[in-house]
Write a protein that binds this ligand. Sequence first.
Ligand SMILES: CC(=O)SCCNC(=O)CCNC(=O)[C@H](O)C(C)(C)COP(=O)(O)OP(=O)(O)OC[C@H]1O[C@@H](n2cnc3c(N)ncnc32)[C@H](O)[C@@H]1OP(=O)(O)O
Length: 208
Amino acid sequence: MKRLAILGASGHGKVLADMAELVGWGETVFFDDAWPGLEKAGQWRVEGDTRALTAAVAAYDGVIVAIGDNLVRLDKQRLLAESGGALVSLIHPQASVSRYASIGAGSVVMAGAVINVDAHVGKGCIINTGATVDHDCELGDGVHLSPGVHLAGGVKVGRASWIGIGASVKQLVSIGDGVVVGAGAAVVQNLPDRCTALGVPARIVGSA
Ligand SMILES: CC(=O)SCCNC(=O)CCNC(=O)[C@H](O)C(C)(C)COP(=O)(O)OP(=O)(O)OC[C@H]1O[C@@H](n2cnc3c(N)ncnc32)[C@H](O)[C@@H]1OP(=O)(O)O
């Protein structure tokens, strides 16, 4: 039986565990730094913290990180890889992914998402429920596209950027690293690194 370990017993983690069952993982267990206080996530057991997982990583056929914070997710993913963990990606059977697209290790593609031809998704990304990534898009590592985000063709999204629920991005627009795009925004111009942009059309309201 194939065993999957998920680091991060969050709501997002439960979505991944549910999806893992659908795609044939026989057993899924969680690890979370809130253990031993936290013993369960929905239907699934929490068996230890990050340290316990790095020590036991060889016992799992696959590992994946389910932490919403993009930089923390990338950091934990690096730690698991350095510990010898077999990072996997998860793609929901009702997602549509072009055979000419690529999805990096540790990335997840939720139900109803579409990834079109020649799109490239980095490592540790979240392509959330019903999000679409059109042809020739390039997503850096650790990007999160929230539910219902739409990227038109040739959009670039930099490392660890977060695009909020329902936002859309015009074709060929380039979004920098560490950017936050608010829920419902329409991005029609390039955005520099580490800014926050809100509204329709999206305007920069701050920088980190
Ligand atoms: C499966 C899942 O659940 S995945 C997660 C999906 N969730 C999302 O996508 C959420 C995206 N997050 C947002 O849009 C957030 O509002 C953020 C990150 C842009 C800002 O969050 P915060 O920094 O906490 O801002 P806060 O809520 O304090 O609002 C600050 C101001 O910005 C305004 N504001 C916040 N978000 C938006 C937005 N998306 N568009 C326009 N204005 C906004 C608020 O109304 C407020 O205005 P005010 O100062 O005039 O009252």
